[in-house]
Design a protein around this ligand. Structure first.
Ligand code: SAM
Length: 422
């Protein structure tokens, strides 16, 4: 067993995932020629006739690789400085949106090719005119779409694309709205797609998605059931719950009822029944997905300073425990509970599973199949048999279950599954 040192983990987190993943919405038809043409058009701007390789993984997941190494663009010497979030998005293939721009030289004109740099220390003042001398990282080349006056003049509230990314430094293809069409395809991290596969929604099942916004997993569950499951999606924040409805409309999903509701209170003996919205009576659902609010430390790339304090990171376990306890109440006996996070901390992952197994004797850990990620980490409260039943996505090498590179190269993520015993 090769134990990942903190430095190795830090270095893995600082890198961009090596491919982009899309989920096909099988309720609609996606014409693969759209992707082909989309990539050829990008190739034109890059002076190449090649396109990145892509392939299907199961019927609903498409893996898109990077541009070949010999596709390069010269630096232009004109620097645009963007904030940390924006820089990470550019590395994953996004355009630069206006609010993310911090600095732009006075001489730059619309249509100029520019080098995009991320502000590593968050010290760049908005509106900088001169070369930024702080720590910065090159994240790609793009074409300027806005002037300084559009971005920084008094009273301006900039929106829209400020720099059209042409080639991210990560060599991932640029992904933008034109590929999404009318909800036929959506961008989703590979482990999140795996999480849907683990839930394995079937027609006529009653399913609760407890923390559902913006609804990417909810719509996956609906789509895999052929829009025939009975899915309830909750999110505490009303504006976010509205997003779930929006996602369902775009993707042609009709079997979801979404509510703004605090899932730590979603079970009540006084409920008027499952069809009347939350709270629900005990033992209501065949399957429950708890994609928990978490510290999010599995997101990549993360070379830009993370401002989360150890105290903040440690605080998530309390709400996760409350949500888990409620999930168990509303799950039917014999039903399946899937717990997931997009983080890498032991206390939100393996530690949470160990806590739940000790606290709730009615819970039985079962393999979170299909098992595509690595086993749970050692010495974090789970024995080897239990470690093999969960999946942890990260850079770990573990002889208990070797993992294909594809699954090591996405984001940090964790999935566990339980059944409820009588
Ligand atoms: N499952 C979502 C998807 O795949 O699109 C992502 C969910 S995100 C990891 C966690 C969500 O939990 C956030 O949208 C947050 O608003 C919501 N949340 C946090 N506390 C909650 C609570 N007590 N009840 C319901 N939702 C909550």
């Amino acid at each position: 067993m090769e134990i990942q040192t903190q430095t190795e983990m830090k270095s893995w987190l600082s890198e961009t995932p090596k491919c982009t993943t899309f989920r096909f919405n099988r309720l609609k038809k996606f014409d693969i020629n759209v992707l082909h043409e989309f990539l050829y058009a990008q190739g034109k701007e890059l002076n190449t006739n090649q396109i990145p390789k892509y392939y299907l993984l199961r019927p609903d997941c498409l893996i898109l690789e990077r541009w070949p190494d010999d596709v390069v663009l010269e630096n232009t010497g004109k620097e645009v400085i963007v904030d940390a979030l924006c820089a990470a998005a550019v590395l994953r293939g996004a355009h630069v949106f206006a609010p993310g721009v911090m600095g732009l030289p006075v001489s730059c004109q619309i249509g100029d090719r520019v080098d995009i740099y991320g502000d590593l220390e968050k010290h760049c003042k908005r509106g900088l005119k001169v070369k930024y001398e702080g720590q910065k990282q090159y994240v790609g080349v793009g074409c300027l779409k806005m002037l300084r006056s559009d971005l920084f003049d008094d009273g301006v509230q900039p929106s829209g694309i400020a720099v059209h990314t042409i080639l991210p430094a990560s060599k991932l293809p640029v992904v933008n709205e034109s590929i999404y069409g009318k909800g036929e395809v959506l961008l989703q991290n590979l482990p999140s797609i795996v999480c849907g596969w683990v839930v394995d929604a079937q027609p006529n099942e009653y399913i609760l998605d407890m923390c559902a916004a913006p609804g990417n997993k909810t719509t996956h569950l609906a789509e895999m059931s052929g829009d025939k499951a009975f899915i309830t999606a909750l999110d505490k924040t009303p504006s976010k719950a509205a997003k779930i409805k929006e996602s369902c409309d775009i993707q042609g999903v009709t079997c979801v009822s979404a509510f703004a509701f605090d899932s730590t209170k979603c079970c009540s003996e006084e409920s008027k029944g499952i069809n009347n919205g939350p709270p629900f009576p005990p033992n209501s659902f065949d399957k429950v997905l708890l994609d928990a609010p978490c510290s999010g430390l599995g997101q990549r790339p993360q070379q830009f300073m993370n401002k989360m304090t150890p105290k903040m990171i440690s605080s998530y376990k309390f709400v996760q425990r409350k949500l888990l306890a409620e999930a168990i109440k509303v799950l039917k006996i014999g039903g399946k509970l899937v717990y997931s996070t997009c983080t890498i901390t032991e206390e939100e992952n393996e530690g949470m599973i160990a806590w739940a197994l000790e606290k709730f004797p009615c819970l039985k850990l079962v393999p979170a199949e299909p098992l595509l990620g690595g086993p749970g980490l050692p010495n974090r409260g789970l024995n080897d048999e239990q470690r093999l039943m969960v999946q942890s996505f990260g850079p770990h090498n573990d002889e208990l279950r070797p993992v294909e590179d594809l699954y090591k190269n996405s984001i940090g993520f964790f999935i566990a599954a339980f059944v409820k015993l009588p």
